[in-house]
Design a protein around this ligand. Sequence first.
Ligand code: SDX
Length: 434
Amino acid sequence: MPDTKTETRTATLSFDGKSFELPMHSPTAGPDVIDIQKLYSSAGVFTHDPGFTSTSSCESGLTFIDGDEGILLHRGYSIDELAEQSHYLEVCYLLLYGELPDKKTLDNFEFTITRHTMIHEQMHNFFRGFRRDAHPMATMVGVVGAMSAFYHDSTDIHDSWQREVASHRLIAKMPTIAAMAYKYSIGQPFVYPRNDLSYAANFLRMCFAVPAEEYVVDPVLERAMDRIFTLHADHEQNASTSTVRLASSSGANPFACIAAGIACLWGPAHGGANQACLEMLREIGTPDRIPEFIARAKDKNDPFRLMGFGHRVYKNFDPRARVMKKSADEVLDLLGIEDNPTLQVAKELEKVALEDDYFADKKLYPNVDFYSGIILDAMQFPTAMFTPIFAVARTVGWVSQWKEMISDPALKIGRPRQLYTGPVQRPYVPIEKR
Ligand code: SDX
């Protein structure tokens, strides 16, 4: 568990002539919290916070976000430094174990993860049960959930060794499963992982190699892929991570809980935004159509939103978007498509939106999904693979948050209450009297 919180003072809640003292805790960073765990038992009232805009659901030491300053830290290290100087498997180790590893430890970790990258051969049959045009996220939800039917020796959440093996298996096998979902969707044979390749290079090769010829990974694309994984690794208690935590609180096995996280990530308001953003940029097509879409985004009667803009927490820039934008320029420059029309629309849209009072007032800035789709598109991934790639990267965050929660002795099942506004009790009326 993280450094302990400190109980600093109490908050007084007064209503109906009564007062209740609630303990407050100061974190190592971020806002103080008012601990309301005993509120209902002492005051007989609930708090009400749909969407959890003002609610801390847990204590965690993994990732910290300062939405006003555009800061993202993993175990205290800034995402800018990690994206520039580290690499994805080292960030995985940091999230899982809390410290940057020395070389021997990192080599051992990478050896372990690499040798878990194959999946049980019988699982290949699962893919053949799906339609070829199934969305790869549907395939991933199904196949990852089915892992609990194949890896029985790592489903006991009370056994620390099994938790460790399940964590390694999930981080290692997710790229293989995502690549297999892609290959299956285009009718090409599955490509087995190779132990002599990096995590990112392995994924690119499993997606793009064909038996008919050797596939050589371009180091610039390998670096960009690794950076995309790093930038998506973990992000506090976002919707899919909260889903994993809630599913895990019932004691469900880790594979089922991660499958729940994948399902939640799929939504266009969350991880599905990278696919939706690129489709929106393509629909806009040329910079001269941007005002039309800006007007729609501002129209209260139009459900349209600018995909890739806005964030529940970042009310300034998303530090990941800044790094991603740099990567986009590098990849497009390498591929000689720096005049990529989608990128031109993206850059002009970003400029126009940031100059528009509506977006400035509502603090709507490009988020991590705004540029990632452009890079993935330039790397020849179909848009349907964008969210599966996000799921691959976020697996370490889900697993690390899961491990942190499961090892907390104070763990209890998550069971929110409600503000009930339905009918009060009334007698049943026989049908002949209705
Ligand atoms: C991710 O939580 C995480 O950490 C997520 C994530 C992670 O790493 O896990 O960072 C990954 O999910 C990034 C977000 C990807 N989603 C999108 O790009 C989809 C487009 N963005 C919106 O759907 C929205 O901004 C959200 C869902 C991201 C955040 O929504 P909030 O915080 O609940 O804000 P809101 O919907 O209440 O909007 C506040 C106001 C509203 O106007 P009012 O009702 O107050 O008048 O801003 C408007 C909204 O209408 N608004 C937008 C907008 N986003 C919000 N208007 C136009 N375009 C947008 N994109």
